[in-house]
Design a protein around this ligand. Structure first.
Ligand code: CP
Ligand code: NVA
Length: 314
């Protein structure tokens, strides 16, 4: 597999099976459905339902990039589940200042029960998972955002009542899109991806989606993509770390904005944060058809589901 989407095989170096979620397909089809079901069950009883399932457990949160939703939903989730989370920004630890990933992974594994990591290079989270002896969860890389996909799938299923629906991705074939199309393939969700030429999903992602289910239909025409879709999904055109490509990207993505003309009365998804006025208009983002706040809320429930499942399976 291309390293850009390399995932992590279960690791039994310390005698017990270590499960990771570096990419969404680190879960099997059945495990993905189980995590979503745990999340949905727990959501249905929140906030009354406060489990202490992770009492005494600690999560290290390594973040090389900013975050609102991922950081706060994981920290809150650990509190709700009775555990503790330690946020470690780029200047808080030796990683990035001379200590190799391998040594960081081995040291953190002596203390904590989970490591989540938001890093620039996908290969860094793969390496972290290789050397850590506790579960490693990808909290976003340049290639993948599997935690977002868990929340997105939960949101789609809540909205449509099942995965028997169709989503048009309009915009960049980026990290959020790549994880989403793989998760969609695993749940038999129909997806069409419309990107400008040169901004398509990676070939390895297309192939993996095909192996796990059906590869997405791809086009360069947003209108064709949304025609038969129930839901339209977009994300920023300039992701974190791509700021020096801003001018060329804004030009390349002209015509890909989610306007009310393009989406009509379809439901709309966005992982957030949005660059209002670029990939989506205020009118569309603020419309009653937008599922974006439901998606944001579902980050908490989906990740709690993942943590509860990991706690049971490791
Ligand atoms: N969607 C998402 O991951 O948001 P944050 O960057 O705020 O964590
Ligand atoms: N594609 C965006 C997602 C942010 C949650 C980025 O990587 O910056």
């Amino acid at each position: 597999m291309n390293t850009i989407m390399a995932h992590s095989a279960p690791n039994d170096t310390n005698g017990t099976e270590q499960r990771n979620m570096v990419t969404i397909d680190d879960l099997s089809h059945e495990e993905l459905h189980t995590v979503l079901d745990i999340a949905a069950r727990r959501k249905a009883t929140a906030p009354a339902h406060r489990e202490r399932a992770l009492a005494g457990q600690t999560m290290a949160m390594l973040f090389e990039k900013p975050s609102t939703r991922t950081r706060v939903s994981f920290e809150t989730g650990m509190t709700q589940l009775g555990g503790h989370a330690i946020f470690l920004g780029p200047d808080d630890i030796h990683l990035g200042h001379g200590e190799p990933i391998r040594d960081t992974a081995l040291a953190l594994s002596q203390y904590v029960d989970y490591i989540i990591a938001r890093v620039f290079d996908h290969s860094d989270v793969v390496e972290l998972a290789e050397y850590a002896t506790v579960p490693v969860i990808n909290a976003l890389t340049d290639a993948a955002h599997p935690c977002q996909t868990l929340a997105d799938l939960l949101t789609v299923r809540e909205h449509a009542g099942s995965f028997d629906t169709s989503v048009a991705w309009v915009g960049d074939g980026n990290n959020v899109c790549q994880s989403f199309v793989v998760g969609a393939a695993m749940t038999d969700l129909d997806v069409t991806v419309a990107t400008p030429e040169g901004y398509e999903i990676d070939e390895a992602v297309r192939t993996r989606a095909g192996e796990l289910g059906t590869a997405p239909t791809e086009t360069h025409d947003p209108k064709t993509a949304v025609e038969d879709a129930d839901i339209v999904y977009t994300d920023v055109w300039v992701s974190m770390g791509q700021e020096d490509e801003q001018d060329e990207r804004l030009k390349a993505f002209e015509g890909f904005q989610l306007t009310s003309d393009l989406v009509g009365d379809r439901a709309v998804m966005h992982c957030l944060p949005a660059h209002r006025g670029e990939e989506i208009t205020d009118e569309v983002l603020d419309s009653e058809d937008a599922l974006v706040w439901q998606q944001a809320q579902n980050r908490l429930h989906a990740q709690n589901g993942l943590l509860l499942w990991l706690n049971e399976s490791t």
